[in-house]
Design a protein around this ligand. Structure first.
Ligand SMILES: Nc1ncnc2c1ncn2[C@@H]1O[C@H](COP(=O)(O)OP(=O)(O)OP(=O)(O)O)[C@@H](O)[C@H]1O
Length: 817
């Protein structure tokens, strides 16, 4: 007699797994979201709520009816388990404040997919008992309700589509319109911004202040919504983490994967072998041979076998990510424009790059640790299902997913604390860097105690943040790990029952005990890794911020090199410029410097002289007009080729903490020793260098602190001589030398400037009297223009400046002119 038992049991198991996975994935996608926008929810009215409740009730009834079915109809635990899973899923949907369209659609589809075939099989089977007919009626009613609900969802979706017209047509149903795979929430809670976070609000604000508002992007990231949306921001790191073009690293990844596969096989073989030994012992046989096999298997399985090979193969994989990521971060930071560097604290930038290094573990963690664990769970499911029954397998799967879900929830409780830690670390680095770098100022003002206090506070803050994070981490670990013995207890009860009823042997129980270790360890590891992966991502937020910062000055697509040989005709054509939102720094400035001419820029402090030099070097782009060299706009040529033809002696030249020779060669790496000596002679510093104990090998200290201001300036001039560019910018190049040395350098400068266009920025007017043009700047505009004598004759601003300097007033008087 055909009976309900003719429905294939795997159909029920598959349906239970589908519903379980659907709920889990739906949870993952939704977690962190504040809610769903109108398009994604069905208003919860009485009819719909009643329909969902009835479906849940129908599944519950089906479960009870099947469980209580008389034995002669064939016990069907899989059917009962599947019905229970569905009942719970629908009950959970009913308990939500809103009915989410995607969830209803997903659940209904799964139910129809598995429900229709099973009900059809049961319906066509003849000779039903009264109970079977009752069960069929329940199932049929349930299917009808589901179809109605599905139709309701679809019609609502269609109505919505009509209303929204094309706007929604293009967007995926589950999308929030931003292309993100979320459920369409627009206003989401920041990840981890739960009310239970113990990071005090005040502290938070204070820390944000520490960031000087530079955490804007990180804040945007946090506010971006659920963690799936959040993770998408990190896509830009993928090329640096995946070894697409490196066969050696690819081979190592493959080796790791093979080790993992071997590991998974041994995960089963080792406990199976132990089960075999237990069975032999119970049968009073001596299992020496099996014990020897067990020994070999465990040796291969452990850290002295596959573990060691994997550890060795992982080294190049980790180094690959580190190399790519840090090089990319360094190159990007260095390619950013002056605006960025003027705005950021260098210590913080360095710390951000260092913190971002945590991402190098991502490939390792995601590919080599987390992915295999998912495979482990699938293998364990099949194994437990074939060895025992669906209940045992589903119990394991449910517990694992619940464990992971708990991890996702609990980890989010600590996200704010982690952000506080990274911010506090960056602040600590900044305070230390500023104090160490500014040691001279600190000690000159006798502020050592103050700096110690500042640093101490920064350290305390960092430790307090870390303490909060670690404490919460310990609570989270304790909470999530409490699930482990509970799961083992449930599994052990189920297997013990199977042994008791004779469907499994005691050896199978031993198998479970050993296999449990292999199974739970990766799951524990997975959740642990998830937590640390989130921490790594938080640490890398500022690096992400840096890497996504567009340079404000960049080479145009296909920009050519400045074509040469460059004669040095420099033209400022009605140039306008302002720093950020500040008031105009340069206003309608036009200058034409013919090749070989010397143009002097004089004027009050803050008049805009150095700014003009920065515009020539294209550290900033003009906001109006244009700057041209030999008729080529500096914005149309590559920055590299532009800076190759300009030599600068800045107001405060920076020397690297290396030998004098190395510092000089920085201008031209291929320069011979004789070229360097020649340049130094021209800059009147050669004899001085030879008088040092180590001559050209003398270390200059950080920023050249071991040299006098005049010596540093002359070395900077020598560097430019060595570079030998067609255009020179001397920004107060001789301000720090005595009158005698200045005369020497001036003579040298005149010699070299004969062949090149030179811009001289000077406060000391005696240095510019021979200039071909003298431009007097005032508040960003040229107010006077001419040669020295012409300007004196005019009796204007320049003449007044000149008189004051002749009168013996010091340079500071110029500030007030
Ligand atoms: N990075 C910057 N961001 C914002 N404003 C700036 C920046 N650099 C300079 N400024 C402002 O632009 C104006 C012109 O500065 P600039 O350095 O060109 O003056 P200067 O004539 O060279 O002065 P000095 O003779 O003292 O060197 C000043 O008011 C200055 O405060």
């Amino acid at each position: 007699m055909p009976s309900v038992a003719s429905v294939p049991m795997p159909l029920y198991v598959a349906s239970a797994i589908s519903v379980l996975l659907f709920i889990f994935i739906s949870f993952l996608l939704n977690f962190g979201g504040k809610g769903h926008d109108n398009r994604a929810v069905l208003r919860k009215n009485l009819l719909r709520t009643a329909a969902v409740c009835l479906i849940a009730g129908a599944y519950g009834t089906e479960g009870v009816l099947v469980a209580r079915r008389p034995d002669n109809l064939g016990p069907s635990p899989d059917h009962t388990v599947a019905a229970t899973y569905h009942a719970v899923a629908w009950a959970a949907a009913c308990l939500r404040r809103q009915l989410v369209v995607s969830e209803i659609l997903g659940l209904a589809t799964i139910c129809l997919l598995f429900g229709v075939p099973s009900v059809t099989i049961e319906a066509v089977a003849g000779g039903r008992t009264k109970e079977q007919t009752g069960l069929l009626a329940v199932q049929f009613t349930r299917l009808l309700l589901i179809v109605c609900l599905l139709a309701d969802c679809v019609s609502r979706f269609a109505r919505r589509k009509q209303k929204d017209g094309s706007t929604e047509e293009g967007s995926p149903f589950l999308s929030d319109g931003t292309g993100s795979p979320s459920y369409g929430s627009t206003d989401r809670l920041p990840i981890g911004s739960d009310s239970t976070s113990d990071s005090g609000g005040d502290d938070q604000d204070e820390d944000d202040e520490d960031g000087d508002g530079k955490d804007v992007r990180a804040t945007q990231l946090r506010k971006s919504g659920s963690w799936t949306v959040y993770l998408q921001h990190f896509k830009i790191f993928l090329p640096h983490l995946i070894p697409r073009e490196d066969p050696k690293v690819q081979a190592c990844v493959l080796l790791c994967v093979l080790c993992l596969v071997g590991d998974r096989v041994l995960n089963i073989l080792v406990p199976a072998q132990l089960g075999l030994i237990a069975d032999k012992l119970l049968a009073r046989q001596l299992p020496y041979a099996d014990l020897a096999i067990y020994l070999v298997l465990t040796l291969v399985h452990g850290n002295s076998g596959l573990g060691m090979i994997r550890a060795l193969a992982k080294i190049p994989v980790e180094q690959f990510s580190y190399r790519r990521l840090t090089n990319a971060a360094f190159a990007h930071v260095m390619s950013l424009a002056m605006e960025f560097h003027a705005d950021r604290d260098s210590a913080e930038v360095m710390k951000a790059v260092e913190q971002g290094g945590a991402l190098t573990r991502v490939l390792d963690t995601a590919m080599l640790e987390m992915l295999p664990t998912v495979v482990d769970m699938a293998v364990a499911f099949v194994l437990l299902y074939t060895k025992f029954n669906a209940a045992v397998a589903l119990c394991m799967l449910t517990a694992s997913l619940a464990f992971l879900a708990a991890e996702v929830v609990t980890s989010s409780w600590n996200v704010d604390n982690r952000r506080r830690v990274t911010r506090a670390e960056r602040r600590e680095a900044r305070v230390m860097h500023q104090a160490v770098q500014g040691w001279v100022t600190v000690s000159a003002f006798n502020m050592l105690a103050h700096e110690r206090l500042q640093f101490g506070n920064a350290v305390d803050k960092q430790l307090a943040a870390k303490r909060d994070w670690s404490r919460r981490d310990a609570y989270i670990t304790a909470l999530s790990e409490a699930l482990i013995p509970v799961t083992f207890f449930a599994l052990a009860c189920l297997v013990a029952h199977e042994v008791y009823v004779g469907r499994a042997s005691p050896g199978d129980f031993v198998f479970l005990v050993q296999y449990w270790d292999f199974l739970i360890w990766p799951i524990k590891f997975l959740s642990h890794e998830y937590r640390y992966l989130m921490a790594d991502l938080i640490d890398a937020e500022r690096l992400l911020d840096l890497l996504t910062t567009e340079p404000t000055v960049a080479d145009r697509e296909g920009a050519a090199r400045l074509t040469g040989p460059v004669e040095g005709r420099v033209e400022f054509d009605h140039v306008e410029f302002a720093y950020g939102d500040k008031r105009t720094a340069i206003h309608d400035v036009s200058i034409l410097a013919q090749p070989g001419e010397t143009v002097a820029l004089v004027g009050t402090t803050g008049a805009g002289k150095s700014t003009l030099a920065k515009l020539l070097l294209r550290y900033y782009d003009v906001t109006g007009g244009g700057v041209r060299i030999d008729g080529q706009d500096v914005r149309d040529v590559t920055q590299g080729s532009l800076r190759d033809v300009i030599g600068v002696v800045p107001q405060d030249p920076l020397l690297f903490n290396a030998s004098i020779m190395e510092n000089l060669r920085y201008a031209r790496l291929a320069a011979s020793d004789e070229d360097v000596y020649e340049a130094c002679r021209a800059a009147a510093i050669h004899d001085k260098i030879l008088s040092f104990a180590d001559g050209y090998g003398t270390k200059v200290g950080e920023q050249g602190v071991k040299l006098s201001g005049g010596e540093v300036q002359r070395l900077a001039i020598a560097r430019v001589f060595l570079k030998d560019p067609p255009v020179l910018v001397l920004d107060e190049a001789t301000s720090a030398v005595d009158t005698e040395t200045e005369a020497e350098i001036q003579a040298a400068l005149q010699r070299v400037s004969k062949r090149r266009t030179t811009f001289v920025i000077a406060h000391r007017l005696s240095t510019v009297v021979r200039a071909d043009q003298i431009l007097v700047l005032h508040e960003g505009a040229i107010v006077e223009k001419g040669r020295h004598q012409e300007l004196l004759d005019r009796g204007g601003r320049y003449a007044a400046l000149w008189r004051k300097q002749l009168g013996g007033t010091d340079e500071h008087v110029l500030v007030d002119v």
